[in-house]
Design a protein around this ligand. Structure first.
Ligand SMILES: Cc1cc2nc3c(=O)[nH]c(=O)nc-3n(C[C@H](O)[C@H](O)[C@H](O)COP(=O)(O)OP(=O)(O)OC[C@H]3O[C@@H](n4cnc5c(N)ncnc54)[C@H](O)[C@@H]3O)c2cc1C
Length: 496
């Protein structure tokens, strides 16, 4: 890992890897360090929506909504395996926002997000037949389209994009010190596995540590910022499927927020909350109050009630929002701010942002770096497919072709590979012609061949890396199956 780089990036969340990929693609020598696993911070705890954010229109955040919807259009094209249009229903509730206000908001949303991939919104009436899960007092609503992704896989895929263009990606490596020398940064990195330190140098440094931004800036970079961050915890619960249809619901809450119910593997994902947070972001967990809050919102709309006993998984993430002095946590801007300092060896602090806008954020970061790297080529990430996204035709055609090419694979597995890896799945399916070629079966369609691919190509080290971020098989794996996988990892790779 020793070496001399143009750009060092601290933080392997979506913003860090997005910047790494863009910079490496423009010929910079890049190193990215992540203290834990890639996407182990906020970037695997989001609602997984690639969206404009309908409710930001209420705050007149038109620029953010417009930019996000533009990014949605780019991502659905460049990552067609990872970013999928999804139909959303907004049930109208007589005690919540006025019908015409929602209609007006959707009118703007349609105008800003106009594209052939996303259908226009429309007003609907509920039939209350067997397929309709809503309570009978809800007579009308709206339908609109947004997009859903796998946040952690979007991070990993961008890391692959960066590595393919020469970036060094080092997970489980913490930046413990970065000191400005005359014309470069001297950066000390600590391996979390063997506790050894390494020193690298870089001309420019990016602090993309999300909720750890201030701590990293003060403790490791010996710096300060003119901006403040607000740490806001958001939690989700996962429950057995609330309804069969592949659609999401946007539920308006009594406290003027919104809660989504989103199809999530064989389950429904419900979130989120907005709660001021203090302490170590790594320790953020859902409280009983949040669990009850989310269940209560669902029970105000759906026929079949849920209780906290139905929760099969819960997770919390901490938004590091750029502090615009809003009193209500839900009303703080979701826009980002980039703070540049230093004349010869720059530092850029990344404040706030959304999963949706990471690509644009990376481009703007590179714009700020241009004076320090005068021969930097033009932006490129809006046109090139992300790794695995180079599909010859539509995504559904790709799924069909894959089933045809590997007829011996169970269809559920072909589907999972298509959604998770796109064309990257050929890397480990290559030269296989029967299920036995896939090696040891750990359960739920996880075979040794895929695990080996993840260790060798996607920086996976632990069972958690594999079961919760590279795949979501953790939702199904038993303790005994996880133990088998852990043992295999010890025997077959240099990691635990
Ligand atoms: C509940 C919730 C729901 C959300 N839903 C959506 C949504 O649906 N759509 C959307 O667009 N956005 C959503 N967001 C916002 C989005 O998730 C975040 O904006 C985004 O993930 C932030 O990415 P990041 O890279 O800045 O931070 P992170 O993902 O937190 O990455 C920062 C990384 O830095 C690492 N790090 C910290 N210190 C060091 C160090 N010293 N050395 C090395 N590494 C270090 C951390 O381990 C961490 O992995 C949501 C956020 C939350 C909390």
């Amino acid at each position: 890992m020793n070496g001399d780089y143009d750009l060092a990036i601290i933080g392997g969340g979506i913003n860090g890897v997005g910047i790494a990929a863009d910079a490496a693609g423009r010929g910079l020598r890049v190193i990215l360090c992540e203290q834990n696993d890639l996407a182990s911070g906020t970037s695997s705890a989001s609602s997984k929506l690639i969206h404009g954010g309908l409710r930001y229109l209420e705050k007149f955040d038109f620029a953010l909504v417009r930019e996000s919807l533009h990014e949605r259009k780019i991502l659905v094209k460049t990552a067609p395996h990872l970013v999928h249009p999804l139909r959303f229903i907004i049930p109208l509730h007589h005690l919540r926002r006025k019908d015409f206000l929602i209609g007006l908001g959707l009118f703007f949303y349609d105008c800003f997000g106009k594209s052939k991939e996303f259908a226009r919104s429309k007003r609907i009436a509920f039939t209350h037949d067997n397929a309709d899960p809503l309570q009978s007092f809800i007579a009308r609503g709206y339908e609109y389209e947004d997009a859903f992704t796998d946040d952690a896989r979007l991070v990993i895929t961008n890391a692959i994009r960066a590595a393919r263009r020469g970036a060094k990606i080092a997970n489980y490596v913490k930046c413990i010190d970065a000191t400005r020398q005359q014309d470069h940064w001297q950066i000390t990195l600590l391996s979390q596995f063997n506790r050894t330190t390494t020193t690298v140098t870089a001309k420019a440094l990016i602090n993309a540590t999300g909720p750890w931004l201030k701590e990293t800036l003060n403790a490791s970079l010996h710096g300060e910022s003119q901006y403040n961050v607000r740490l806001i915890k958001g939690s989700h619960i996962v429950v057995p499927k609330l309804y069969a249809a592949p659609r999401a619901y946007l539920l308006q809450t009594q406290d003027n927020r919104v809660v989504f119910t989103i199809p999530y593997h064989q389950f429904t994902l419900i979130g989120t909350t907005d709660i001021e947070f203090k302490g170590d972001p790594a320790l953020a967990t859902i409280s009983d109050e949040e669990k009850h809050y989310l269940c209560n919102v669902v029970n105000q709309y759906f026929q079949t009630p849920i209780t906290t006993a139905d929760i099969v998984q819960a997770f919390s993430g901490v938004r590091a929002l750029y502090d615009d002095n809003a009193a209500d946590p839900a009303k703080i801007t979701r826009d980002y701010k980039l703070e540049l300092s230093g004349k010869d060896c720059p530092l850029i602090n990344v404040f706030g942002g959304k999963l949706t806008t990471y690509r644009k954020l990376a481009e703007k970061t590179l714009d700020l770096l241009k004076p320090f790297f005068p021969h930097l080529p033009e932006a490129w990430t809006d046109k090139q497919p992300l790794p695995g996204g180079d599909l010859p035709g539509s995504f559904s055609q790709f799924c069909e072709d894959l089933a045809h090419q590997y007829p011996w694979l169970p269809s559920s597995l072909t589907q999972r590979y298509a959604y998770q890896y796109g064309t990257l799945c050929h890397t480990f399916l290559n030269q296989t012609s029967r299920i036995e070629d896939m090696g040891q079966h750990f359960g739920h369609g996880l075979y040794a061949r895929e695990v080996r691919y993840l260790v060798e190509n996607e920086w996976a080290h632990t069972t958690e890396d594999i079961l919760w971020r590279r795949t979501k098989l953790g939702l199904q794996f038993s303790a005994a199956q996880t133990k088998d996988l852990a043992e295999w990892l010890v025997t077959n790779s240099n990691c635990s």
